[in-house]
Design a protein around this ligand. Structure first.
Ligand code: B12
Length: 685
């Protein structure tokens, strides 16, 4: 064995998340502590390798380094994305099962003790240790483990090591927990950075991978390939370099395991040290950082502002190549001016994920903010991101798997979201569809309401070690199955918490389905052009592609069945242009036919604003229609009967246009969950 290859401790990560394979910070943190203890450490990152490859590299590392101890980090027990486990058949993410395979392989080649640590491990230590057949497990901080490394190699004084899980008389025992603060030294060194750059590859590390991303608005819509998007997003975004700035969380949100894993005492890291670490990384041309903490603003804006001040000072010396930084934070305690200051220091908001805008639901979940805080934060963040308009709005995500979700609380969230016009403040909606259950008592839910997924598929026996989720039982009862639930949640995401549905309209399909060339020709020949049309043809209207405007111009100058057929039923290559011409043609038809439609809108009680545009949001329009209808077809039937309309009538085309443009879907069950006026006693066992 080549001595300089010898290692005391081989650290391995074999369970990275395939869609966003960040280099695991744990390998940096544990290595730094081991280095300080004088241990020779080697690391192995085995992401996105198939089992045969993993085996080859593991065997090679064990034979090359002959480690006295082998450690695995288990960052998470699953993806926390419920739909991943319900829908996609192939390559579901089962890190705990994958880790068992890696450990069984390693044990064939060495008798060195195997230890596992990490956030994922700590959230169910003893159970995972039994499942993996470990020698040692470490819950939380690795400091005591490193301090007692030699004794652990020699398998002695095991009961004295805090945070240790070990086997005695065939049973796993867990020692007392010791919560420690962030490392009081530098974690990154040349060797570590060379490994991280080698892991990502220089082009990605330094963010010049220029991978083509799906263009603008067609993300988050129906048929959108989330996996490809996730992989693309990850590969096209410069990876962030994690630096711990604080540890621990004083809050007790019922669904979160951070206080259990990191402790409730908040330790902040010496910012002189953080600055020194950053200056070292900047010399390596790394300038995108993720500041690791549970919540940066644990009760005030004091610490976030101290960090921002420090980053501002560093950026003053970086000219046009400033650093930027992210961190998890709560939507509270940071004023708009303070947030502005943070953005000027290189900060960008990392996440806009809220449980609810119903205070009762928030209170029951022990969530440390109320609707007014979260609403003000999203407005402030949007305003500041718009100010620094190089930052697109965030995606707004809603925790619809919350155990305290009720028809009233969801309706209240929708009402508040609509009242504050928040759909315009985000570039997409995302729903966290199920709650990851990791401890019944802590999560306040009965076992039978949990579904476990294993590599062999959905399991009838619940095993919280494996991805185990719960959808509120009343939601499951009302929507029959997961597909019904996801369809409803997708509707909320595309139409009620974002306006993404608008960008996904196929107006060529709409006109082809709800009209015919002859009907449109009759409208164009029998109704006057409108001022809107003029502005459209002069290219004044936003997002009107010149080629489409030119085609429309020719069509309006000499309308004919053939010209309209070319728009509604285009030949293969012409679909994109035809779709755009159809969108503009629909605007023309809307302008020319509006007066015929106005009485229908009055009859339905739909408000009209300037330019004869319907003056309400998707949520408000459906609220109006739900007063008389429980299905969109019933609206068409009643209006057709009331006004004696037939397919040739412009008013009928515009009614279909209204329902299509606002993506109106009326269902009694949707009404129950989106327009519930008062809290009903809901059995939450
Ligand atoms: C920042 C963060 C992110 C960032 C990471 C940015 C980056 N460049 O690293 C982003 C947003 C990208 C992210 C993504 C994800 N994240 Co995240 N993330 C976090 C957060 C807040 C910090 C992560 C971190 O680096 N912590 C520091 C690490 C290293 O801490 P640690 O594992 O506890 O390690 C300590 C000890 O356990 C010990 N130790 C660790 N390993 C080992 C090994 C041995 C042998 C020993 C002895 C000791 C030891 O030493 C360390 C220091 O004491 C954590 C919560 C938290 N407070 O830790 C959530 C968290 C880990 N993430 C989580 C999840 C689910 C994910 C995603 C799967 C979400 C998704 N579907 O996209 C992805 C997965 C990404 C991946 N590649 O794995 C969950 C995991 C929950 C669980 N129980 O499984 C957490 C806990 C959040 C939460 N509360 O739910 N994440």
């Amino acid at each position: 064995m080549n001595c300089d290859q010898a290692a005391d401790f081989l650290l391995v990560h074999s369970t990275n998340y395939p869609y966003e394979p960040f280099y695991p910070y744990a390998l940096v943190m544990v290595s730094a502590r081991a280095r300080r203890a004088g241990l020779r450490v080697k690391r192995l990152e085995l992401s996105n390798l198939d089992p045969a490859e993993t085996q080859f590299w593991l065997k090679r590392a064990v034979e090359t380094h002959q480690p006295r101890m082998i450690g695995f980090t288990l960052r998470q027990t699953d993806s926390y994305i419920f739909r991943d486990y319900v829908n996609c058949e192939e390559d579901r993410y089962y890190p705990v099962a994958t880790l068992r395979d890696s450990i069984r392989q390693v044990k064939q080649w060495t008798d060195a003790p195997v230890v596992v640590g990490g956030f994922g491990f700590t959230s169910a230590g003893i159970q995972i240790a039994e499942y993996l057949g470990l020698d040692y497990g470490v819950k939380g901080s690795c400091d005591p483990f490193i301090d007692h490394f030699q004794a652990l190699v020699d398998r002695r004084n095991l009961a004295e090591v805090p945070n240790l899980i070990y086997r005695e008389d065939g049973r796993f025992k867990q020692n007392r927990r010791l919560f420690t603060g962030p490392f009081d030294g530098l974690e990154y060194n040349d060797e570590m950075i060379d490994e991280i750059i080698a892991y990502y590859g220089r082009s990605i590390t330094h963010g010049r991978s220029y991978l083509d991303m799906p263009p603008g608005d067609d993300v988050w819509g129906p048929g959108f390939d989330l996996d490809a998007h996730r992989r693309n997003v990850f590969l096209s975004l410069t990876p962030t370099i994690p630096i711990e700035v604080s540890r621990g969380c004083r809050f007790r949100c019922y669904f979160c395991s951070e206080p259990l894993v990191k402790g409730q005492k908040v330790f902040t890291r010496d910012l002189d040290l953080v600055e020194e670490e950053i200056r070292f990384l900047l010399r390596k041309d790394l300038r995108n950082f993720w500041f690791i903490c549970s919540e940066l603003n644990a009760g005030s804006s004091e610490f976030p502002l101290l960090v921002a001040e420090r980053m501002m000072k560093i950026n003053e010396g970086l000219g046009d190549r400033p650093l930027n930084w992210k961190a998890y934070h709560l939507p509270r305690w940071i004023s708009r001016d303070e947030l502005d200051f943070m953005y000027r220091s290189g900060f960008t908001t990392s996440w806009n994920d809220v449980v609810s805008y119903d205070n009762d639901q928030l209170r029951k979940g022990r969530i440390p903010f109320r609707a007014k805080h979260a609403i003000q934060f999203i407005k402030d963040d949007y305003a500041i991101r718009e100010k620094y308009n190089k930052l697109p709005p965030l995606v707004f995500s809603l925790f619809l798997g919350d155990a305290f979700l009720t028809p009233y609380s969801l309706s209240e969230t929708m009402r508040e979201y609509n009242r504050h016009r928040l759909t315009e403040t985000c570039r997409g909606g995302a729903a966290i569809c199920g709650m990851r259950v990791f401890d019944y008592k802590y999560n306040k839910i009965p076992e039978e309401q949990t579904t476990t997924f294993t590599p062999a598929g959905r399991s009838k026996d619940v095993d919280l070690l494996q991805p185990s989720y719960r959808v509120p039982p009343e939601v499951m009862a009302d929507f029959d199955d997961y597909d019904g639930v996801f369809e409803f949640y997708d509707y909320i995401c595309s139409t009620l918490i974002s306006i993404n549905h608008r960008g996904q309209k196929d107006w060529r399909w709409f006109l082809g389905y709800h009209s015919r060339p002859a009907i449109i020709l009759h409208i164009l020949n029998s109704r006057e052009a409108t001022p809107l049309e003029q502005r459209l043809l002069e290219g004044e209207l936003p997002r009107s592609a010149p080629a489409a405007v030119a085609t429309l111009q020719k069509l309006l100058t000499a309308p004919s069945i053939e010209a309209l057929q070319a728009v509604l039923y285009p030949l293969e290559g012409g679909r994109v242009l035809a779709a755009e011409v159809a969108r503009l043609l629909m605007l023309v038809l809307y302008g020319r036919c509006f007066e015929a439609f106005r009485p229908v809108l009055e009859y339905l009680g739909v408000p009209v604003g300037a330019d004869d545009v319907v003056a309400c949001t998707e949520y408000e329009l459906m609220g109006i229609l739900y007063q008389r209808f429980d299905h969109e077809d019933a609206v068409v039937d009643q209006v057709t009967e009331q006004f004696g309309l037939d397919e040739n009538d412009a008013a009928l085309l515009l009614l279909h246009h209204l329902l299509f443009q606002f993506n109106v879907v009326l269902r009694p069950i949707y009404k129950k969950w989106l327009y519930c006026q008062q809290e009903e006693p809901v059995l939450v066992s």
